[in-house]
Design a protein around this ligand. Structure first.
Ligand SMILES: [Zn+2]
Length: 377
């Protein structure tokens, strides 16, 4: 038997005539306000809890956000023997839109949080719990350039609570072709200051910690203090090795990214907590290339969108690590070729003779390699 679907106005009329109005949305949705007089029972708990609110002979009108879950709930009740059932078309959205009486939001509710992250809260893999976890999380990102721009933008939009950005460079006109955190008006400003302006405007809830310093052997451990995940967005060799070595030593996951011309690559080096199981960057390249073999960075070009793609992959991996969901890009190197529009994956095994992370090896100390290449990101 099909379920009767009624307008919010008709639902209100029936409720006033004695029908039970049941809101089957989740608690965090109901906290933002319900149709006045509705009782809240989440869809997943409906079968177990309906008997407290209505008996099989009672008339029950179900409401949700838009009308889909309430219809599903009505079918469940039908299977339990309830006969006088209806579902509200358009749900609470339409009820509210038509100006029908609403119960006020719960006093404790952070409306900004619920509005801003509504699309995350609807994903069971994130939900309120995961979103709170993101707000408590602290990420350190080296580089406020091509990779850092999209990574920082999306992480802060997604609700990352604290982002420490380390970069000693200033905004140059030639950066703007890809470094979308910055603007023409901020040419000459410190990149970390420019980034803080852009990110705070996007999400004032986030705490941005700008650090206008170059990463060296002397400060790398202090910069990693207290952070959950490290993003390498600097794309230059001296910094990459320092950050890799510090992450292994301090047990922090490192989200790596690099770009050159039309190609890029990314991976997650999570060696610190998984010695001998997960590789580090030195397992792949034990030492930096000799300066003469490295691309001449002052002349190297990069397709503007390329760091956008790689930086977003880094942001994606960072979110997964913070939320503990999905399968991280651990032990896998992902290559991207923009011209062919192809992704290719290479397995990475830990090197049992790695100069840094081989099991039982003592920490060899930090090395400040000569900055022969400033990177192009
Ligand atoms: Zn290694």
């Amino acid at each position: 038997m099909s379920i009767e679907e009624i307008t919010p106005r008709e639902a209100l009329r029936r409720q006033r005539a004695g029908a039970r109005l049941v809101d089957v949305r989740e608690q965090h949705e109901r906290d933002l306000g319900m149709a006045e007089g509705a009782r809240g029972i989440a869809l997943g708990e409906l079968e177990g809890h309906i008997a407290r609110t209505a008996q099989a002979g009672d008339e029950v009108v179900l409401i949700c956000q838009s009308g889909a879950r309430s219809l599903q709930g009505a079918r469940q009740l039908q299977a339990l023997g309830y006969r006088r059932l209806a579902s509200v078309v358009g749900g609470t959205s339409r009820w509210q839109g038509e100006g029908l009486p609403m119960a006020a939001p719960a006093a404790h509710v952070d409306l900004d949080f619920h509005d801003r992250y509504a699309r995350h809260l609807r994903l069971p893999e994130i939900g309120v719990e995961g979103q709170r976890r993101l707000e408590r999380a602290h990420v350190m990102m080296v580089g406020a350039g091509g990779l850092g721009s999209p990574a920082a933008y999306y992480l802060v939009a997604a609700g990352l609570g604290r982002l420490r950005i380390v970069d000693d460079d200033v905004v140059d006109r030639s950066n703007l072709q890809r470094q979308i955190l910055h603007t023409d008006a901020r040419i000459g400003h410190a990149k970390v200051a420019s980034a803080a302006v852009a990110l705070s405007a996007l999400n004032p809830r986030a705490r941005i910690e700008p650090v206008a310093e170059r990463v060296t052997s002397g400060n790398v451990e202090a910069l990693l203090e207290g952070v959950d995940v490290v993003i390498d967005g600097a794309d230059n060799f001296p910094v990459r090795y320092l950050v890799n070595d510090a992450c292994v030593r301090l047990g922090k996951p490192l989200v790596y990214g690099a770009v050159h011309r039309f190609e890029g690559q990314t991976s997650v080096f999570d060696t610190g907590g998984r010695r001998g199981e997960a590789p580090c960057y030195r397992c792949l390249f034990p030492e930096p290339p000799p300066p003469e073999a490295a691309p001449n960075c002052s002349q190297a070009g990069v397709l503007g969108v390329l760091p956008g793609v790689i930086g977003l992959l880094q942001a994606t991996e960072t979110l997964k690590l913070l939320l503990g969901i999905g399968e991280p890009l651990r032990g896998r190197l992902l290559h991207f070729d923009a011209l062919a529009m192809r992704f290719r994956e290479t397995r990475l095994a830990p090197d049992p003779d790695c100069p840094l992370c081989a099991p039982g090896r003592d920490f060899p100390g930090y090395i400040d390699y000569a900055a022969f290449c400033a990177g192009v990101t």
